[in-house]
Each structure stands twice: as structure tokens, then as C-alpha cells.
Design a protein around this ligand. Structure first.
Ligand code: AMP
Length: 190
């Protein structure tokens, strides 16, 4: 298997680059944000539980998030590997993911961290807001999400740096150029 974490703040381009990576490497996309949004739209018990956090730009508590991970991984049994997009967002989530992959005799091969400054993130999300219909793309919620990233999620990077798996990629510029830089990082980690 080939398992990649696509890491970066909201608006860094994780969704856009994930789509291209999935097509090239034939990997399964695992986005916890997508899973949560799907539950919210179906008004499931989980959806009702997480809606408040998501609409306010706050991280969903770890016990809920890791709770959906196992089922999400199992639902894609037989895949060549995963692109984890928006997961892990805390060190605890990263530890749980490592354990889960170990039990499947596999591991995270590379963590690609998209580097984009705060001003650019706000500009991009403002553009996305006009078509996304996401309550959490509202300006005030975006600030909260960026805050959550720099307060909580950023600590995931040293966890992977200590394992020698983190690669920073400049996330500003032409989509294709960024994609090529990500592919180079993945190919050298395979
Ligand atoms: P995303 O689509 O990845 O930007 O996620 C949208 C929202 O879902 C986030 O702002 C969080 O509220 C929640 N979320 C998604 N993934 C996670 C995660 N791994 N841990 C905690 N909350 C998450």
C-alpha cells in the first residue's frame, strides 16, 4: 500500500491536490471533513453531534473523529492505499492512525505539508465561499478554523518530522507545478 497524508491549513489546496493524486496513484480518498458533511446532510446521529463544532470552525473532539476512522478505512478494503485529507489534525489522531495502519501491516509513507501564508488562505476561502455553500467558509468561522490549525493541528508536523516523513511543499503558485512537487516528494518516499 501507499499511504499519504496531505497536510495544511484550510484553503491550502488539499482538496484540489487530493483529486489529482487519487487519479495518478489510484488511491482511496479519506477526508474526515467530507464524511462529517455527509452525515450532517443525512441528519444522522453523528451528523447532529458534530454539526455545532463544524459550523463554528472548531475541531470535532478526538474520540468522535477517531471513532469514524476505522469504519472509513475498512469500507475501502482492497485499495492500493489512502490519501488522508484533513486527518490527522491532532497528535492523538496521528498516533491512532499509526496503530491502525500497523494492524494492517502498513504505514504512512509520506506527509506532504502544503505551505501557504495566512493572507493567501483568507483570500482563497473567500473565493470558495461564493460557491461552496459551507457555513464554515463564513469569514468569522474561517478565522476560527485557521486559529485551530495554528494552535492544535500544527503540532502534528513535528510528530511526523521525528519519523522523517514530513516534506514541505510550497503551496502558492500554479496548481500543476505544486502537483509535480508533491509527486516528487511521494515518489522519493515510496
Ligand atoms: P475540512 O473539510 O477538512 O476542512 O473539515 C471541515 C471541518 O470538519 C473542520 O473544520 C472540523 O470542524 C471538522 N473536521 C474534519 N476533520 C477533522 C479532524 N481530523 N479532526 C477534528 N475535526 C475535523
Amino acid at each position: 500500500m501507499l499511504n499519504i497524508v496531505l497536510f495544511g491549513p484550510p484553503g491550502a489546496g488539499k482538496g484540489t491536490q487530493s483529486e489529482k493524486l487519487i487519479a495518478k496513484y489510484e488511491l482511496a480518498h479519506l477526508s474526515t471533513g467530507d464524511i462529517f458533511r455527509e452525515h450532517i446532510s443525512r441528519q444522522t446521529e453523528l451528523g447532529l453531534k458534530v454539526k455545532e463544532y463544524i459550523d463554528n470552525g472548531l475541531l470535532v473532539p478526538d474520540e468522535v473523529t477517531v471513532g469514524i476512522l476505522k469504519a472509513a478505512i475498512e469500507s475501502k478494503a482492497g485499495t492500493k492505499g489512502f490519501i488522508f485529507d484533513g486527518f490527522p489534525r491532532t497528535v492523538h489522531q496521528a498516533e491512532v492512525l499509526d496503530e491502525m495502519l500497523k494492524s494492517l501491516n502498513t504505514k504512512i509513507h509520506a506527509v506532504v505539508a502544503l505551505d501557504v501564508n495566512e493572507d493567501e488562505l483568507k483570500k482563497r476561502i473567500e473565493i470558495r465561499r461564493q460557491t461552496s455553500g459551507r457555513a464554515d467558509d463564513d469569514a468569522e468561522k474561517v478565522l476560527k478554523r485557521i486559529d485551530e490549525y495554528f494552535n492544535k493541528t500544527i503540532h502534528v508536523l513535528p510528530y511526523y518530522e521525528a519519523q522523517g516523513k514530513a516534506v514541505k511543499v510550497q503551496g502558492i503558485g500554479d496548481i500543476e507545478t505544486i502537483f509535480q512537487a508533491i509527486c516528487t516528494a511521494i515518489d522519493s518516499a515510496k
